[in-house]
Design a protein around this ligand. Structure first.
Ligand code: DOR
Ligand code: ZN
Length: 348
């Protein structure tokens, strides 16, 4: 049996939801990760420091008793966000970034940004106080092809933001294309990206394998095999611009298995094992620790974790579903076996 000892990882992009749903999923993340950047796309969205601090308290209250897990909070950028709120966020121990959703791009993004020009003073304040901007990078032009939306966003919006705010730390979230990898590689050191397990392990054929597969539908949507390969190359390169962000996004089963199914793949139950599989497939398991445990805290200017954990190359069968709110959530690889198992923390 192969065994991998590594510094405890962090998840730099996570959806925890709220209420009963939060209680159902937070333990999965807390078991593996020391910290997570928690997305603010609740209904209503987390738009102020006061709302983020209250949400953080609800997450802490929902945690299993024996965990040190730390939720790192984000604010949801809207046309109402002010430079004063940015300054409050910079002063707060709870808030670590602000998230930009183009209005209509994804789940609960209706309150997102319609015009970036008007938000220039807010982005300038973020640059000044060195608070990272996290970006869902997809064009919302309804005429655009769903597979081209990330590329269009790079060409029409992201390039401009990077140019106008040269010192602003930016995380291009859940990148899905070779174009995005190339953009991040060519950009200065203040521009980084997260990559999900599904975009490393699957291409768009997975959405249609033998029939339509709603549990493989997420946004940005899975792309071509050549894109997947470019993402694997980036994640396993050792380049500190790329780090782990699961985008684990639970939805109740019936809302995905529906005539208009929600976007989101749930991966928190076996996140680090799924990444281990992708890295092993690429012959680069030695690069997992940098991607999962070192590059993220370095970019966010937070201390690296010191505790270590052990992954074992030992098969596990993933349950077909987990309890979730009033129903169930179907996890990534539900009902299948995966090669790695998160075993335990290393006693210190
Ligand atoms: O697939 C997705 N699900 N993409 C997102 O950007 C949001 C997320 C969610 O909140 O369900
Ligand atoms: Zn997300």
């Amino acid at each position: 049996m192969q065994r991998l000892e590594m510094i405890r990882p962090d998840d730099w992009h996570l959806h925890l939801r709220d209420g009963e749903a939060l209680k159902a999923v937070v333990g999965h993340t807390a078991r593996q990760f020391a910290r997570a950047i928690v997305m603010p796309n609740l209904k209503p969205p987390v738009t102020t420091v006061a709302l983020a601090e209250a949400y953080q308290q609800r997450i802490l209250a929902a945690l299993p008793a024996d965990t040190q897990f730390q939720p790192l909070m984000t604010l949801y950028l809207t046309s109402e966000t002010t430079p004063e709120e940015v300054h409050r966020a910079a002063q707060s121990d709870a808030v670590h970034a602000i998230k930009l959703y183009p209005a209509g791009a994804t789940t609960n993004s209706e309150a997102g940004v319609k015009s970036l020009e008007a938000l220039a003073p807010v982005l300038a304040a973020m640059q000044e106080v060195d608070l990272p901007l996290l970006i869902h990078g997809e064009s919302t032009d309804p005429k655009s092809d769903v597979f081209d939306r990330e590329t269009l966003f790079i060409e029409n919006t992201l390039g401009q933001i990077v140019k106008e705010f040269p010192e602003l730390r930016i995380v291009f979230e859940h990148i899905t294309t070779k174009k995005a990898v190339d953009f991040v590689l060519a950009a200065p050191g203040n521009v980084a990206a997260t990559i999900t397990p599904q975009h490393l392990l699957l291409n768009r054929n997975a959405i249609f394998k033998g029939g339509i597969r709603p549990h493989h539908y997420c946004l940005p949507i899975l792309k071509r095999e050549e894109d997947r390969q470019a993402l694997v190359a980036a994640a396993t390169s050792g380049n500190p611009k790329f780090f782990l962000g699961t985008d684990s996004a639970p939805h109740e089963r019936g809302t995905k298995e529906s005539p208009c199914g929600c976007a989101g793949i749930y991966s928190a139950h076996a996140a680090i094992e799924l990444y281990a599989e992708a890295f092993e497939d690429a012959g680069a398991i030695d690069k997992l620790e940098g991607f999962a445990s070192l590059h993220g805290p370095d970019f966010y200017k937070l201390p690296r974790n010191t505790e270590k954990v052990i992954l074992e190359k030992r098969e596990q069968t993933i349950p077909a579903s987990f309890p979730f709110s009033s129903g169930t959530v179907v996890p990534m690889r539900g009902g299948e076996t995966i090669r790695w198992t998160f075993a335990r923390s290393v006693a210190t």
